[in-house]
Each structure stands twice: as structure tokens, then as C-alpha cells.
Design a protein. Structure first.
Length: 146
């Protein structure tokens, strides 16, 4: 067993159930497949999360669950630091505005969690960290034009 497989096996038992909307599941599946050639590790991590997700019936959404476009407040349980970010697709990512890509390790860890859940995830440097979702604010619909 490689070190990466061992870490993955150890982290597996620390991964709570996740829930995705049908729309997020479909769009993220396309994104994961498209990123396999350019970002294989990130794409595989996202694909692994998609494989274990409970997918809701079309048009349904679970309240207080991290979905694309929502604002998430979470705590890094190692440092105690609380952050607020918006989970977005890679082309919308802008860390200066608090918009993080779902293809980052933390973005992949957050998708599908609901408030109160914790997850152990692997940083880009291979460290294991745990975070806890404190609050989720649903995406705001775009304002209609005047």
C-alpha cells in the first residue's frame, strides 16, 4: 500500500455522508472529467466525493448544505481559525474576494457537507487537517435587470 493509499484509507472513515443537488452533481461530474488531463489529482479527489454523495431528486435541495455558489463559514479545527468563503467553479475563483474553487482541496472537502459536520481532508502538502462547517448561506439569486 502506498503512502497516499494509506492516508486515503485512514481519511475515509473520517468522511461524513454528503448530499448534492442533481444540478451540482451533473455539472461537477462534467468538471471532474474535463480536469482529469490537466489537474488529475484534484479531478480524482472531486470524482471520489461525487461517487460517495447522496444525490437528491431534481429540484430538491437540503437546507444548510454546501452547494455551488453558497457562502460557507467553517473552522479549521487544527488552528481554530474561522473563515467565510464562497464555493465556486474554477473560472470564478478569486481568493481576494473569498471565492474558492471546488477543485481546491478545501473546496472539494466542503462540497455536500451540512452545518455541524466535520471532515478530515488532505492539503496540497499532504498534511491531514479537519474542518467543521459552522454555517451555510444559500446562493442568492441574480438580481433581475431594471
Amino acid at each position: 500500500m502506498t503512502a497516499r493509499q494509506k492516508v486515503g484509507a485512514e481519511a475515509n472513515h473520517l468522511r461524513p455522508p454528503i448530499t448534492l443537488t442533481t444540478e451540482d452533481y451533473e455539472r461537477l461530474s462534467v468538471l471532474a472529467r474535463a480536469a482529469m488531463n490537466t489537474m488529475p489529482d484534484a479531478a480524482q479527489s472531486l470524482a471520489d466525493e461525487l461517487d460517495r454523495a447522496q444525490v437528491l431528486a431534481k429540484g430538491r435541495q437540503r437546507k444548510h448544505t454546501v452547494c455551488m455558489g453558497c457562502e460557507v463559514e467553517f473552522r479549521d479545527d487544527t488552528t481554530g481559525k474561522v473563515q467565510k468563503v464562497t464555493l465556486v467553479y474554477p473560472d470564478e475563483a478569486d481568493i481576494s474576494q473569498g471565492k474558492i474553487s471546488v477543485l481546491t482541496p478545501i473546496g472539494t472537502a466542503l462540497i455536500g457537507l451540512h452545518a455541524g459536520q466535520s471532515i478530515t481532508w488532505e492539503t496540497r502538502t499532504g498534511d491531514l487537517r479537519q474542518l467543521t462547517v459552522l454555517a451555510v448561506r444559500e446562493p442568492q439569486p441574480a438580481c433581475p435587470p431594471d
